[in-house]
Design a protein around this ligand. Structure first.
Ligand code: ADP
Length: 394
C-alpha cells in the first residue's frame, strides 16, 4: 500500500493542501482554497494535469479539509484514508524555541500554544488547522516546518531592533524573518547550478507577500521582514518598513485604535493602498501602468525602489561578494518588467556584462551573466521543501 505526504499551508483566508507521492518525485494534487468564510470562496485545484475551479461559498477551514479528504476518496486518488499518515504543517513563526522542523508531540503542542501571540495573524490559524488534522488523524506523524527556521543564523547585531534591550530579553521582540522554506529551496537549486556548496546570494522572493534575503556562506545573514511579515519591502497589501510614528499620528487624526491601524497596514496598504485598488494583485497594477495611469506608475516605482534599496543594502552587507542575484515567487518569476528594471540598475553599476541572452538551464532562467555574478530566476517550491523535511522524520 502506497504512503503519501500531505503538506498543509494555512492562512487566515486561504488554505493550500498538496499531496505528494512518497518518492517526492511528483506532486499528485494541489488544492488552493481562497477567500475562506466568504461568499466568493473558491477552490483552484491542479489534479492530473487538469485545472479545476469550483465555488464553495462560505466554506471555512474545517469544511475545506473535509471536502479535500472526500475528493481523494471519491476520485480514487487514494484507496483509503489510512494511507494518509504523514503531515507537514507550514508554521509561520517558531520564535526562538524552534530552530528546526519538529514533530508536534504533546510538549511541542503546548509550546506552539504559548507562542501564538508572536504572530497573531498567522500562528493561531496554523494551530487551528493542525488541530483539525490531528482530530482526523490522531495517530499520524505531524511535523511543523517553520518559516523562521532558515533565519536562525542571522547574527544578533542584525536581528535586534534599536529599541530598549529589555524588550528582547523579556519579550523576545526581534527580527525573525520569513519565507524560509522558499529560501531553502532556491539555495539548494543554486548550489546544484553553481556546483558549489558555499554561496553568497541575494534572493528576492517577490509574491503577494515579499521579502529579500542576504545569504552568506549558504546561511541566512539578513532578511527584510522583521518580527512579523509586515516589515521590509512594500507588498501587495502590506506596507513594509515605515516611520513608526505614523501609527500614533493616524490614531490622533482618525481615532482608529491600534488593532484597526495594524489591520490597515497589513491588508489595505502596499500596492492596493497606494494605488487605491480592490486587491493588491500585481498584474492589475501593471495593466494600469501600461494604460498610462499615473497613480499606478508612482505605485510601481515605489515598489521597485524598495526592492532596489534592499538589494543595494545587502550587496554592501556582503561586501560586494555575491555569486548571484535571484528572483523568485509569483512576481519575481513572471514579471518581465521587473526583470528588466532591476537589470537596468545592474547594467549601470556593473558595466562588464558578459552575456545578455536569455537561457534556461534545468528550470533556471539565466537573465544575464556579469563578470563576478549571475542574474537568475529560480522558481520556488516551498511545498516540496516541507515534504522533504517531513520525510527526514520517517
Ligand atoms: P503567494 O504564494 O504569497 O500567495 P505568489 O507567489 O503566488 O503569492 O504571488 C502572487 C503575485 O504574483 C500576485 O500579485 C500576482 O499578480 C503575481 N503574478 C502572478 N503571475 C504573474 C505574471 N505572469 N506576471 C506578473 N505578476 C504575476
Amino acid at each position: 500500500m502506497n504512503n503519501y505526504i500531505l503538506v498543509i499551508n494555512s492562512g487566515s483566508s486561504s488554505l493550500k493542501i498538496s499531496l505528494f507521492d512518497f518518492s517526492l518525485k511528483e506532486m499528485l494534487i494541489s488544492f488552493n482554497f481562497q477567500a475562506l468564510n466568504a461568499e466568493d470562496c473558491t477552490l483552484f485545484a491542479n489534479f492530473k494535469g487538469k485545472k479545476i475551479t469550483e465555488k464553495l461559498p462560505n466554506f471555512d477551514h474545517e469544511k475545506t479539509i473535509n471536502f479535500f479528504l472526500n475528493f481523494l476518496i471519491d476520485k480514487k486518488i487514494i484507496n483509503s484514508i489510512e494511507q494518509l499518515k504523514y503531515f507537514g504543517h507550514r508554521y509561520v513563526q517558531g520564535g526562538e524555541f524552534f530552530q528546526k522542523s519538529t514533530i508536534i508531540d504533546k510538549d511541542n503542542e503546548e509550546i506552539l500554544e504559548q507562542i501564538m501571540d508572536l504572530a497573531p495573524l498567522h500562528n493561531p490559524v496554523n494551530f487551528k488547522t493542525f488541530k483539525i488534522f490531528k482530530k482526523n488523524f490522531p495517530n499520524g506523524l505531524h511535523v511543523a516546518v517553520f518559516d523562521t527556521q532558515f533565519h536562525t543564523t542571522i547574527p544578533i547585531e542584525r536581528f535586534l531592533f534599536p529599541i530598549p534591550y529589555s524588550y528582547y530579553s523579556n519579550h523576545k521582540i526581534r527580527k525573525y524573518g520569513f519565507h524560509g522554506s522558499s529560501y531553502m529551496y532556491v539555495l539548494e537549486k543554486a548550489k546544484e547550478y553553481f556546483k558549489k556548496k558555499k554561496l553568497n546570494l541575494i534572493v528576492c522572493h517577490i509574491g503577494a507577500g515579499s521579502s529579500i534575503c542576504a545569504i552568506k556562506d549558504s546561511k541566512s545573514f539578513d532578511t527584510s521582514m522583521g518580527m512579523s511579515p509586515l516589515g521590509g519591502i512594500m507588498m501587495g497589501t502590506r506596507c513594509g518598513d515605515i516611520d513608526p510614528s505614523v501609527i500614533e499620528f493616524i490614531h490622533q487624526k482618525t481615532n482608529k485604535n491600534l488593532y484597526e491601524i495594524t489591520n490597515e497596514l497589513n491588508r489595505k496598504s502596499g500596492i492596493k493602498g497606494v494605488c487605491e485598488l480592490e486587491t493588491g494583485d500585481f498584474r492589475n497594477l501593471i495593466s494600469l501602468v501600461e494604460e498610462g495611469n499615473i497613480q499606478a506608475e508612482i505605485t510601481y516605482n515605489m515598489f521597485l525602489n524598495r526592492i532596489i534599496e534592499y538589494i543595494g543594502r545587502y550587496f554592501f552587507a556582503l561586501k560586494g561578494e555575491v555569486d548571484a542575484f535571484i528572483l523568485t515567487a509569483g512576481i519575481g518569476e513572471n514579471s518581465q518588467k521587473l526583470h528588466t528594471d532591476i537589470l537596468d540598475y545592474l547594467n549601470n553599476i556593473f558595466k562588464e556584462n558578459m552575456e545578455l541572452k536569455h537561457q534556461e538551464i534545468n528550470g533556471i532562467k539565466v537573465l544575464a551573466k556579469f563578470k563576478n555574478f549571475e542574474y537568475l530566476v529560480i522558481p520556488t517550491n516551498e511545498e516540496l521543501v516541507i515534504a522533504k523535511e517531513v520525510k527526514k522524520f520517517i
